[in-house]
Design a protein around this ligand. Structure first.
Ligand SMILES: [Zn+2]
Length: 385
């Protein structure tokens, strides 16, 4: 928000009221984490903060009512010491930060990167489910209760792995995890060993295989059942998708036995490569940055307010809750009252199960959560009474 001091003071007072009413916001190992806090202009304006317990943290939230609160994914003996090496690093969670803006979605060409639509939110939610259900649980053996999931407060999700055995992982071990999930180093030749051999049957993965091999086989089978469009969505051209769909019974019988040669495909190597890429997590660069980054990283503290939306980075307690989570209804911080705003853009959006249609330069009264959302996104100014 590039608001006036009066607007900022107004939103700050809403944030303060929220923290007064929600004194239980905390985290595990609170005394071992470094905290940072921000203003509307700078997400991390100051850091190296340390809180001894929940009560001290709660007093800080109420006193300062910061626009952003972040905390370290690392644990330290002296979180407030500086420079960084003096903190006494104990270990760090493995954190995956997924954001809709990294997904190269078509809708973003239409509405720009700072706005977020329903498609952005459902796409990043599916990607997060994919990370958990296709990688973290089956391939790495983490259990649901070892994962902390929260909405980021704006346009994505964070998944924290807190299992004791990963806390000490070195940078290179973290890099290997991120490479695996991103599909780096996977190539069609290892998955299809007879590829390119003249006259040889194309032998490939079967659905019972572990790791990537099984994933690729299962994914093709699932998409084949769902229809031609689904095949196109994983990178198969229209004509081939039609051909595969027509012969799906025959092809799936073959794949279940590891025989991928039941249908003729032009440029096989290129064809399978495309399919591999579509199954990796779409934001490998971002995952790489987050998983392997230096241990000084701070990330949004779950449960706190995000100063660009007025939504909270709400904790999500299970995978099934995540699969239906709607942040525009379930992560609202400012649930009472109304506010008058002056929009600087015409836009339609949904929040709390309602559709709001606003017109540029036309004053309108909205529920506080909706008006503040627009103001914080820079799309409206607030009438201060
Ligand atoms: Zn969108």
């Amino acid at each position: 928000m590039h608001g006036t001091p009066q607007e900022e003071a107004f939103v700050t007072s809403l944030i303060r009221d929220y923290y007064k009413a929600h004194k239980g916001i905390t985290t595990d190992r609170i005394a071992e984490r470094e905290f940072g806090a921000g203003t509307f202009e700078r997400k991390i304006a100051y850091r190296h903060l340390h809180f001894r317990d929940d009560a001290e943290f709660s007093r800080f939230l109420i006193d300062k009512a910061p626009a952003y609160v972040s905390y370290s994914v690392a644990y330290y003996r002296r979180p407030d010491a500086r420079p960084m090496p003096n903190k006494g690093w104990i270990g760090a969670e493995l954190v995956f930060d997924l954001d809709a803006t990294d997904m190269h979605l078509k809708c973003q060409d239409l509405h720009g990167r700072s706005w977020i639509c329903e498609n952005c939110l459902s796409s990043v939610r599916s990607e997060t489910l994919k990370l958990i259900e296709d990688f973290l649980i089956p391939d790495f053996g983490f259990s649901e209760k070892e994962l902390g999931i929260n909405f980021s407060g704006n346009r994505g999700y964070h998944v924290h792995v807190k299992k004791e055995s990963i806390l000490q992982l070195s940078g290179s071990a973290r890099k290997q995890i991120s490479d695996y999930i991103s599909g780096n180093g996977l190539n069609a030749e290892t998955l299809f060993p007879t590829m390119g051999r003249r006259g040889a049957k194309l032998i490939g993965p079967s659905p019972e295989n572990k790791g990537w091999r099984g994933k690729i086989a299962r994914n093709l089978l699932t998409n084949m059942e769902k229809g031609e469009e689904n095949l196109e969505s994983i990178g198969i051209d229209k004509a081939t998708a039609r051909n595969i769909y027509k012969k799906r019974a025959l092809i799936s019988m073959g794949i279940k036995n590891g025989n991928w040669d039941m249908v003729y495909i032009k440029n096989k190597a290129e064809f399978w490569k495309k399919i591999l890429v579509s199954q990796a997590i779409a934001q490998s660069d971002r995952i790489d940055k987050n998983v392997t980054k230096d241990p000084t990283h701070l990330i949004r503290m779950p449960g706190t307010i995000h100063g660009e939306t007025g939504l909270t980075s709400k904790k999500i307690t299970s995978i099934s809750e995540l699969s239906e989570f709607d942040p525009m209804s379930e992560a609202l911080a400012f649930t009472s009252g109304e506010v008058d705003i002056l929009p600087n853009k015409s836009i339609e959006f949904g929040m709390a199960g309602r559709i709001f249609s606003i017109t540029e330069s036309k004053k309108i009264t909205l529920p506080v959560y909706a008006g503040i959302y627009l103001a914080l996104k820079g799309l409206a100014s607030i009438y201060i009474t």
